[in-house]
Design a protein around this ligand. Structure first.
Ligand code: FAD
Ligand code: SIN
Length: 554
């Protein structure tokens, strides 16, 4: 998709000014807001409500080396082992060590976590770690967001705007036009109450979370359409590791039920995977059985689904006492009950789904991007902390640590910026996304979204190969053309249209990067290159809006 910026028409946009603008109300955005508010006036915008985010649905816990028989060194080692050779050592060291005070302060602020002692509870950690996991039953995310939101709402100089949809980053005209320099970021264009507005800022933090919704099966809520990745890419930001999408083995597969995760803590507590034939199968695939790494379990489930021709497998925890199950997994129990399933007596139908994006906007450990004045943190960012695969429970930790860093650094940057941004600003509006100024037929837009999801699921999910990846690239190009031809009947679907453009942008980035990496590593599995190639591929893939994937050294 060609990238051609357009000048923002001030007559069409009313505007709002702030020192630090934060986009997103997950753990990263909320923590960033608290840090920035110590030095600056902050505006935090979020797509729907403050509570709607991946963070809110997090179940398993927060990994943190707060245990006598755990150490920072062990946590670093486990993180790097999971990351399959691509973790950035400095970024990991910072996350693990600064994670301890970040979690301690969350407890101080009232988070009522349970402490899981030295229990090998999580699949990826089971064999070699006795790390403490702080969790709140299976509602860790809710507890985390509740505490952070309360604190944000009690902070005077944080202004919250809900139902505010960020579209594109504003950059300065002088340096951006036709030069290698991509300039400085001065906020975003956004839609508030169906009106396009400019939110101008001295410093901007993208904390827009993940992109699970570009796949049909996912653990992610509706807001996760990859908007931040796409906006940053359109503005010329460097994107890295975009081929590494983590698929969680067990999302609920139940007619009429929403996308919903069945935490791997259920397998950690002894849950067994069973095919429709009633057979346990994980021993066939890995010595650790159900406690094998996520990519291994996801691939095994997919193979079993293909072998049996059945669209799911089952998770069985019924051998545990009912009281224990309901107490340990209250959210999972309540949600499944609502759809007629009692997990203490019934098998849980599950299948893999897109869960987490390891790649994203390239940042250094100060959360700076290559666009001056733009910071990124949380799932949308890539410091290299997760490498090719994320260790369970490390994401919330990353959000707290790098969210706090982003807030402090953005506020410092804002304090030395002139009070008025340049008169002429550009947004990253692409030719095929003249957004939000065209109105499109919502059925056609939904059909394009479904087609993106289908082709990604078919060719760019748990198992990939060159032929399928090339086919998807061609299909995405066609869909991009179709989007330009969508009938423009008057339906108020601007946000859906922008999301569709964003989904196309991120689908292209994932597919191009997956095609470039001709090996298997971490969460990226190529059936045509099934082994890890440390000679040629101990490297990363960088992608920008104006060129093809580039292979860079670590
Ligand atoms: P999010 O929490 O996703 O927040 C992003 C925010 O940006 C949202 O408020 C969203 O509305 C907003 N936004 C997006 N686009 C726009 C836009 N265009 N304009 C304005 N706002 C926008 N990790 C762990 O460490 N432990 C766990 O136990 C765990 N369990 C998980 C369970 C589930 C079901 C899921 C989905 C993930 C889980 N993860 C877990 C991963 C972890 O929760 C996420 O990676 C992390 O919470 C991401 O936080 P974030 O702040 O970066 O983004
Ligand atoms: C889970 O509880 O299974 C998810 C944990 C994570 O993604 O870290």
């Amino acid at each position: 998709m060609e990238n051609s910026t357009s000048e923002v028409n001030s007559e069409r946009h009313s505007s709002w000014d702030t020192d630090v603008l934060i986009i997103g109300s997950g753990a990263a955005g909320l923590r960033a807001a608290l840090a920035a508010s110590k030095h600056a006036n902050v505006t935090l915008i979020t797509k729907t409500t403050l509570t709607e985010s991946n963070t809110h649905y997090a179940q398993g816990g927060i990994a943190v080396a707060m245990n006598l028989d755990d150490t920072i060194a062990l946590h670093i080692k486990d993180t790097c082992t999971a990351g399959a050779g691509l973790c950035d050592a400095k970024a990991v060291e910072i996350m693990v060590s600064e994670g301890i005070p970040r979690v301690a302060e969350l407890l101080d602020w009232g988070a009522n976590f349970d402490w899981e002692g030295a229990l090998p509870r999580f699949t990826q950690e089971a064999a070699h770690s006795r790390r403490r996991i702080v969790h709140k039953g299976d509602a860790t995310g809710r507890e985390t967001t509740d505490v952070l939101i309360q604190r944000v709402l009690n902070t005077e100089n944080i202004h919250v705007l809900q139902n505010t949809f960020a579209i594109d980053l504003l950059t300065d005209a002088e340096t951006a036009k036709g030069s290698e320099e991509i300039g400085t970021c001065y906020g975003v264009t956004a839609i508030v109450d169906e009106e396009a507005v400019c939110i101008r800022a001295r410093a901007t933090i993208l904390a827009t979370g993940g992109l699970g919704r570009v796949y049909p099966c996912t653990s992610n809520p509706k807001v996760a359409t990859g908007d931040g990745f796409a906006a940053a890419w359109r503005a010329g930001c460097e994107m890295v590791d975009m081929e590494f999408v983590q698929f969680h083995p067990t999302t609920l597969y139940l007619d009429g039920a929403p996308n919903f995760l069945i935490s791997e803590a259920v397998r950690g507590e002894g849950g067994q995977l069973i095919s429709i034939r009633g057979e346990r199968f994980m021993e066939k695939y890995h010595e650790k059985g159900e406690l094998a790494p996520r990519d291994v379990v996801s691939r095994a489930i997919q193979i079993e689904m293909e072998l049996t021709g059945f669209p799911c497998v089952y998770l069985d925890i019924t051998h545990k006492p009912a009281e224990f199950i309901h107490e340990r997994f209250p959210t999972i129990s309540d949600t499944t009950k609502h759809y007629g399933l009692d997990i203490s007596v019934d098998l849980i139908p599950v299948r893999p789904g897109a869960h987490f994006m390891m790649g994203g906007i390239r940042t250094n450990t100060d959360t700076e991007t290559n666009l001056k004045g733009l910071y990124a943190c949380g799932e949308v960012a890539c410091t290299g902390v997760h490498g090719a695969n994320r260790l369970a429970s490390n994401s919330l930790l990353e959000c707290l640590v790098y969210g706090a860093r982003a807030g402090t650094n953005a506020a410092t940057f804002a304090s030395i910026q002139p009070s008025h941004p340049p008169d002429i600003l550009l947004d990253g509006n692409t030719e095929s996304s003249q957004i939000p100024y065209i109105e499109a037929d919502s059925a056609s837009i939904e059909a394009i979204k479904d087609a993106i999801r289908e082709t990604l699921w078919e060719n760019v999910s748990i198992e990939r190969n060159g032929e399928g990846l090339r086919q998807t690239l061609a299909e995405l190009q066609d869909l991009t053309t179709n989007l330009g031809e969508v009938p423009t009947t008057p339906v108020p679907s601007d946000i859906t249209l922008i999301e569709t453009v964003n989904m196309l942008n991120v689908a292209l980035m994932i597919t191009e990067s997956a095609l470039a990496r001709t090996e298997s590593r971490g969460a990226h599995y190529r059936a045509d290159f099934p082994t890890q190639d440390n000679t040629d591929w101990h490297r990363r893939i960088l992608i920008k809006s104006d060129n093809l994937p580039e292979v860079i050294s670590l």
